[in-house]
Design a protein around this ligand. Structure first.
Ligand SMILES: [Zn+2]
Length: 307
């Protein structure tokens, strides 16, 4: 899975005393794009000294004992005025829609790459992509946390923990994580797993029933509700498997297996375009090994799911 990066190590604890040094790497995002430097046959983040236009550098995490930062604003020119992140990252070479887009700041040319392309780029290791998804999750939260929702006062960063605080009404805003379940529904009698495909998505691989947790709902109720809504099936014997941070869409995914109870007949609700029962030898999996969904399908295929 995406988080299986041993021997690499990421420590997510916020450290308020960290100050960005000239050689520390910096994440600069704009919408769904990240600035990277191409070097030999690999891609890497720029350092603070390589991209002095990056401002408001906020500590994110340590990765292999090195501190990583997020640029929360960006200065296009050298007049020291701090502005919103440059539109150049998105619109560079806008007459040519081909990716990757090149963009020049100072003497250096950077690549402005979409997160979805970074996932598939052979120059990027899995642990590097995982760290980028964590940074992207935090970037999106900071981007949505400029003003107080109660009184509209500009928020400031807390000086001890990862939180944005309102200097006027003292409201506190913590990082937003959206919980969701992924469900492997098993037909024990016929030794089959319920496989789904979603409608209205550009790329649709074999997947499992999945959905967000409602406020006031247990994860077990979430599992029962999603399976019932999407397929009309009833389930029992719900057992936890593993979890996965999925920062590209700000999720925390929790995987469960369960057994179908009663009728095996599937009734689609429109969100899914396909839901079928597959035997172990019919399961193909997804093209890469990043997702919890894929691991759960392969685990069932190999007969290793919790009973
Ligand atoms: Zn306020």
């Amino acid at each position: 899975m995406i988080q299986d990066i041993t021997p690499h190590f990421i420590n997510n604890a916020y450290q308020s005393d960290q100050i960005c040094q000239p050689t520390d790497p910096v994440f600069v995002f704009r919408q769904d794009r990240l600035l990277l430097l191409a070097e030999h046959s690999s891609l890497r983040l720029p350092t603070k000294q390589e991209l002095p236009q990056a401002k408001d550098l906020t500590y994110l995490f340590s990765y292999d004992h090195r501190s990583y930062y997020l640029a929360r604003s960006f200065s296009r020119t050298d007049d020291h005025s701090t502005t919103a992140m440059s539109e150049d990252m998105i619109y560079a070479r806008s007459a040519d829609e081909d990716d990757p887009k090149e963009v020049t700041f100072g003497a250096r040319t950077f690549l402005s790459l979409r997160m979805s392309d970074i996932r598939r780029d052979p120059r990027v290791r899995k642990d590097q992509y995982f760290s980028a998804t964590i940074a992207f999750h935090l970037y999106r939260w900071y981007e949505e946390s400029h003003f107080c929702g109660h009184c509209a006062t500009p928020l400031v960063h807390d000086d001890r923990e990862r939180a944005m605080v309102c200097p006027s009404c003292k409201a506190r805003y913590y990082p937003r994580i959206m919980p969701a379940v992924i469900v492997g529904v098993i037909d024990k009698e016929n030794d089959k797993l319920l496989i789904t495909r979603y409608a209205n998505r550009p790329i649709s691989y074999d997947a499992l029933v999945a959905g967000f947790t409602e406020i006031g709902e247990t994860l077990e109720d979430n599992v029962r509700r999603e399976v019932k809504e999407e397929t009309g099936l009833d389930v029992t014997n719900i057992r936890y498997y593993k979890s996965q941070p999925w920062g590209v869409v700000s999720d925390l995914l929790m995987g469960f297996y369960c057994d179908v109870e009663g009728s095996r007949e599937i009734t689609l609700d429109g969100e899914l375009k396909k839901a079928i029962w597959l035997s172990r030898d019919e399961i193909a999996g997804q093209p890469d090994d990043l997702s919890l969904t894929n691991e759960m399908m392969i685990t069932f295929r190999d007969g290793k799911e919790p009973k």
